[in-house]
Design a protein around this ligand. Structure first.
Ligand code: ZN
Length: 551
């Protein structure tokens, strides 16, 4: 029986271009995982979408004097372009502006209300007396009560990183008029996280398979005690509150964004023409759901969303939340940064091929600690590892078969022990790399594949088929056929990381169907198969001309 797996990926705000750090933090790992699971023949659905609500969007819209929707549409298109060009294989990438999402969010709201987990409370909020409106988080600035930074935002201080409540700011001022806000009471709904603390603690206590940092952070927050959180705001952009008397308020963005995982799965099911198909991914307890996010998002996915799901009842809780640390940018990147190279994903893809970028980013995925992006390391990884260890291996072997065997895979009488050992290593890589992919250790998975490529290079050097073709054709045939079978195996093992070039290689090896349809297993190439003409899978990056690009 294939496993059923739901891959949920963080919802980016649709008001900026995607940064390399975000892609390495959540989207690339999610895609590698989904591709691996599909290769295994598992039943996978991967969803996400553009977070279209929230004050980051309205602040950007106000600045340009346009409707929020204009901002969302513009950046949603740019985000879709990144997925297309980088090969991020979503089953659905939608937005939170759909009717389906509004209905799903309001249903969630009403169910929690009915169960007494949402309660109205009156509290004082900041109000701009000149603009005559309330000032949600990012509409107010002031001095940070923690570090004294003069331009802290209402929701967070960018200097010390503290999460703030707007009423805590010292000398607050409205970002709309500059006026000093006054306190005015306003009624809002609160999610009673305090009522769900005990079941949450019990559930988190059983998640021994989570990453250490995710588990520790979550347990730390739970031990400090959970405060009830307001889930509505005095704003006009967002999902309407489905309760009379709340017409001037909206559901706050963090509450509706996490529901996006559910609404997107429903939308995917509708688009499949099977509207109930979402239930298999949310109601069957055997389905495993993975949430790929950055570490700043941990509490929303290990506490708040699970609390909402427990309150709703009947829907699966997260199985794993493999949150990543951050990718930092070195001081040496400053020059490229000014041009945007190396920081914005689309700029990087203008300069380098998708697989070159994916290969390098996989090698620096911040799985256990922060990592560093360096453009010169990307170039080195392309030239000295991707090409030197892997691309040249495939190219050399296919070329020699064309040159010496008319491009026809030679048959082999018997295998020497070193040939058998190399094939055994390639077969074993399906298990070892597979275990690493399945555990979301993608850097290790890549190393498992590269280790076999290194062994194949050594095998070729030791047996020197370019010499043997002149003296012992059977020896050369054995070497090249063995190496070719190992290349065919590594094509599959590395496919989740470098899908574009391995798909081309699959064609060059004259294999039927696709890498995906061939599946996750060792499959020797039949003797007599006529290989396609060889083509280089990767381009060497000229470091001199690249320096000219970045400088
Ligand atoms: Zn501060």
């Amino acid at each position: 029986m294939p496993d059923r797996i739901l891959v949920c990926v963080a919802w980016p705000y649709a008001n900026y271009l995607l940064h390399v750090g975000q892609v390495a933090g959540a989207y690339l790992p999610a895609d590698i995982f989904a591709r691996y699971q599909r290769l295994r023949g598992n039943d996978v659905v991967m969803v996400s979408g553009s977070d279209s609500h929230g004050t980051p969007i309205t602040v950007a819209a106000d600045k340009e004097g346009v409707a929020p929707r204009v901002i969302v549409d513009r950046y949603h298109e740019k985000i879709l372009e990144v997925w297309e060009r980088l090969g991020i294989s979503f089953d659905l990438y939608t937005t939170t502006l759909t009717e389906n999402h509004y209905a799903t969010t309001q249903d969630f709201f009403l169910r929690l209300l009915e169960k007494g987990l949402l309660v109205p409370r009156i509290e004082d909020h900041l109000f701009d007396p000149e603009a005559e409106r309330f000032l949600p988080d990012r509409y107010v600035e002031g001095t940070c009560p923690v570090c004294g930074f003069l331009e802290a935002r209402g929701d967070q201080c960018d200097n010390c990183g503290s999460t703030l409540d707007a009423v805590e700011l010292i000398n607050p001022r409205s970002k709309i008029t500059g006026a000093t806000p006054v306190l005015r009471p306003s009624e809002h709904f609160f999610l009673r996280l305090s009522a769900l603390e005990a079941p949450l603690k019990e559930w988190v206590g059983k998640q021994a398979h989570w990453r250490r940092n995710v588990l520790n952070f979550t347990l730390g927050s739970l031990n400090e005690g959970l405060k009830d959180r307001a889930i509505t705001r005095d704003i006009s952009w967002g999902v309407p509150v489905p309760v009379p008397g709340y017409e001037t308020k909206r559901i706050y963005v963090w509450f509706d964004a996490v529901i996006g995982y559910l609404s997107a799965t429903k939308e995917w099911a509708q688009r499949q023409g099977e509207p109930d198909a979402w239930k298999r991914y949310w109601q069957d307890p055997a389905t495993r759901s993975y949430y790929f996010i950055g570490k700043d998002n941990i509490p929303f996915h290990t506490i708040i969303w699970p609390a909402m799901l427990m309150g709703y009842e009947g829907l699966n809780l997260p199985y794993d939340v493999p949150a990543n640390q951050y990718v930092n940018f070195s001081a040496g990147q400053k020059q490229s940064k000014s041009k945007g190279t190396g920081t914005w994903m689309l700029n990087l893809l203008d300069t380098y091929s998708a697989d070159t970028v994916r290969f390098y980013l996989t090698s620096i995925l911040p799985e256990t600690s922060d990592s560093e992006f360096r453009e010169e390391e990307l170039v080195r990884s392309n030239n000295d590892v991707l090409i030197a260890t892997w691309g040249n291996l495939a190219n050399r072997v296919i070329s020699m078969i064309h040159r010496n065997f008319q491009g026809i895979v030679p048959s082999v009488e018997s295998l020497a022990p070193e040939s058998e050992a190399l094939i055994a290593a390639a077969e074993a890589a399906f298990d070892s790399a597979g275990a690493e992919y399945n555990a979301c250790h993608f850097r290790n998975a890549m190393q498992e594949g590269l280790k076999v490529a290194q062994a194949a290079n050594k095998y070729l050097d030791d047996r020197a088929p370019w010499k043997a073709v002149k003296t012992d054709l059977a020896h050369a045939a054995e070497t090249l056929a063995t190496a070719l079978n190992v290349i065919n195996a590594l094509k599959t093992v590395l496919h989740p990381i470098i899908p574009f070039s391995t798909a081309l290689l699959h064609e060059d090896l004259a294999q039927p169907g696709t890498v995906l349809s061939a599946g996750w297993h060792y499959e020797p190439i039949a003797p007599g198969t006529e290989l396609h003409p060889v083509r280089p899978l990767y381009a060497k990056i000229d470091t001199a001309s690249d320096a000219a690009v970045s400088a």
